[in-house]
Design a binder for this molecule. Sequence first.
Ligand SMILES: Cc1cc2nc3c(=O)[nH]c(=O)nc-3n(C[C@H](O)[C@H](O)[C@H](O)COP(=O)(O)OP(=O)(O)OC[C@H]3O[C@@H](n4cnc5c(N)ncnc54)[C@H](O)[C@@H]3O)c2cc1C
Length: 463
Amino acid sequence: MSRPLNILILGGGIAGLALAAALRQRSEHRVVVLERGSLPGVPAALIASGLQRGHSDVPDAQDYGIAIAPNGTRMLHILGVANPVAALGGKPLQEISTRSAENEESENSSYPLDPSAPAFFCRRSAMVRTLAQAAASPMLPGAAVQIHINVPVAELDVQTARYGEHCGDLIVLADGLSKAGRAAVVDAHGLPAELRDANTAQLAYMGLVPARALAPFSHLHDDGVPRGCLANWTWDPPHAAEEEADEAAEMARRGRAQQRLILYPLGDDALQLFAYQPATAALLERFPRGGAHGSRAGFIRDVDAKEATEVFAAFAPEVQELLRSCPTLDLAQIRDAPCLDNWAAGRAVLVGDAAHATLPHTGQGSAQALEDAEALSYLLAPLRAEPSSASTEAAAVASLDEALAAFVAVRTPRAHMVQRTARMLNGCLAPGEAQYMRDWDEVSYMMSMLTYAGVEQQLAAQQ
Ligand SMILES: Cc1cc2nc3c(=O)[nH]c(=O)nc-3n(C[C@H](O)[C@H](O)[C@H](O)COP(=O)(O)OP(=O)(O)OC[C@H]3O[C@@H](n4cnc5c(N)ncnc54)[C@H](O)[C@@H]3O)c2cc1C
């Protein structure tokens, strides 16, 4: 008799947990999430077992805020989160204020607010908690997903969907920038080793600003309550006029050289501050080695605010004061993975940052992870395995291959578009990607993000 698939998900971040929740809702597959770190804020009752203490790329102590674009909100609806802004305690985005380093406003634009799918800001931990709840709560319909935390790092075999002692019909590699999943897929296809790695394009000092620090910025609060405004301040370092070869070259130069501070409210008493600056060899050297494959850690915690204000000395004193107001500051590597054309190998498939880590400037990292989860769950839902006979087992594997191929075909063009757009805005398109910039159309890009309504509709539109 046929049976639902056993699906392992490696990584309990947004991509892994969203997929777990979506599979629970849409299928009878038996799903196990293996997370090497902890899941701060997720109730212990939702965790199936805790093994020895692991480590995570994401700092536990300091949560960070993420912007969810309208397509991400729509995916949350489809995954069963009825009112995402309320469920995640978020704050809708209503306007964008653009200022110079001297704190002079150059533009204030309202953001198109679609009440059915607003863009909003929330804490990453709120997203993880909500998705873990949807996946593992015993109170909801469908078979609860098992979430294991602190799972020791083990050997991964993509051909047999095996991770250490765990084995499934399929292993979904949602391990973010840890590199294990991506390296396994790249190696399985015999692709160049440089496709395994994400590049560090920029660094960001990041911290949580208390709402009371908004006092000097009357445009950002109403009587002390943060407004739904994304504020950004930009400094362009002086440069020689002859560097302005043409418009495209000038845009690339500015994107590479700029320092930017971004601030947005998280729906509670805090705002997320990111202070971006180009990666320098000296700053990169400070990230300790010791991660998987000898890679450097993605974060340095508890950086001195004095250091950050010295780096951002070109900004007005009240803007620098935002950096000082954060109880703690971390320094993060902002990474961008090369576009990978095939995310599937054997019985494994990449999702989320492991497949398409993107620079955060388009606010699409989480939304793309949610789109992956929605699309993959839709394509996997009808599959069955028939383990009793070798021939029917082969048939189940064949349909799995088709589902993974369909997933890769439908998802890679969108994910690559997002990656390249973010690269373009940061002046770091690869040499072979120059045509992308010439062809890019802001209106059609925005519309494709604002109106995306799930993979079923996308597949229908392609026929
Ligand atoms: C500074 C910064 C700002 C950002 N801002 C935004 C924003 O405004 N909007 C937005 O949409 N996105 C933003 N992003 C991106 C967004 O956070 C990511 O795109 C999103 O979290 C991707 O989720 P993921 O699940 O793929 O990866 P992750 O969140 O990295 O999760 C991967 C998980 O896998 C686990 N793991 C790793 N290796 C293993 C292993 N071997 N075994 C088991 N588990 C493993 C990790 O511990 C982690 O929990 C930002 C990212 C950064 C760094």
